[in-house]
Design a binder for this molecule. Structure first.
Ligand code: AVJ
Length: 337
């Protein structure tokens, strides 16, 4: 049987190589030799970490995924209606993406989907499904790290492009890096035509925020500890994973959730691949994630600092989460990716 879609409908390019274990190695070397130890959150997401995150997104306490989906369900046509191309950073299982691509298909403007994700299997599987579901769609997949491989996003085609960073992932960046990264995303947009679609979790009652990161089932705790399993496997380390407690709290001053791992006792660990010995004092904490929460003022200030201007900010009925659509302001210059 001939496939319904053209065989060349899917192109997948991988930019991951030996350098990627090195990126973990460099991050671990930096992070574990700091006076206040720290590991960047992007290393949570191996296959197990991805599954744990999917489970988190279904927890009763973890509202962001549901709130964002509710906005997309109500507003997909307004968001993506007349766009030709969707570039998505960290596409994962592409469930929310479907709503956008369908709206573009319904409007008759859909041409291309450009997902960027570190997990090649997920990316290929969702590309196959999408080209079957949406006749005429072309997928240009980029297997890579969106912090390092944005330069491989192909030049935009005719029609409007939307660059999407959903889920509140922008909150993982500390304030200065956040603006730098927004600027690099802005560089993928043509002024006056293309748009950035950004998901941001909103400042709210700290009780609600802290519950979302301290679920009763302990899935977030397992997700948090998973970064140590990744380091053990990839860098031949010997962390006693279960000897670390999950800690998550809302920092009211900085307006972000901070996750940490706390050593339950004095501990020595060896990271053999780095020839590194690490000592933890009893109750010493290591930071594993920040997840910034936004006020409308902070969102607009960060966008403006990146040469962007919001044309629309949509929230769910409970105002827990915001999806914003922004344009590049013509006057400002932006950095190259
Ligand atoms: C995927 C980064 C948006 O910050 O809420 C969920 C990750 N960490 N529970 C978030 C996460 C703990 C999530 N993001």
């Amino acid at each position: 049987m001939t496939p319904l879609h053209a065989p060349e409908a899917i192109v997948v390019r991988s930019y991951l190589g030996p350098g990627d274990e090195r990126s973990l190695a460099d991050d671990v070397l930096d992070g574990l030799t700091r006076p206040f130890k720290e590991l960047p959150p992007k290393h949570f997401y191996d296959a197990r970490g991805g599954e744990l995150f999917d489970r988190i997104s279904e927890l009763p306490e973890y509202y962001p995924t549901r709130a964002e989906r509710a906005i997309l369900e109500a507003r997909a046509a307004d968001v993506a209606g007349d766009a030709a191309e969707l570039v998505e950073l960290g596409s994962g299982t592409a469930t929310k993406t479907r709503l956008l691509l369908r709206a573009m298909a319904d409007a008759g403007t859909l041409r291309r989907y450009v997902p960027i994700d570190v997990t090649e299997g997920l990316l290929r599987a969702s590309a196959e499904e999408l080209v079957c579901e949406l006749p005429g769609l072309r997928v240009h997949g980029i297997v890579g790290d969106f912090e390092r491989h944005l330069g491989h996003v192909p030049a935009p085609g005719p029609g409007r492009r939307i660059v999407a960073l959903l889920g509140g992932t922008i909150g993982n960046f500390p304030p200065g890096s956040r603006r730098r990264f927004l600027r690099r995303m802005a560089a993928l947009l043509r002024p006056g035509r293309d748009r950035l679609l950004l998901g941001t979790d909103l400042v709210k009652d700290p009780v609600v925020l802290e519950a979302a990161y301290n679920d009763a089932e302990g899935v977030t705790a397992e997700f948090n500890r998973n970064v140590l399993r990744v380091v053990n496997r990839e860098l031949c380390a010997d962390f006693d994973v279960d000897a670390f407690d999950h800690v998550a709290f809302y920092d009211r001053e900085r307006e972000w959730i901070e996750m940490r791992l706390r050593a339950t006792r004095r501990m020595d660990a060896r990271v053999a691949a780095l020839g590194l010995d690490v000592a933890f004092a009893a109750r010493e904490e290591m930071r594993t994630e920040i997840s910034a929460k936004f006020t409308p003022a902070r969102l607009h200030a960060d966008l403006a600092a990146a040469g962007l201007r919001a044309v629309e900010v949509m929230t769910d009925p409970d105002r827990r989460f915001a999806l914003s659509l922004s344009e590049r302001s013509r006057s400002q210059r932006t950095a190259q990716p």
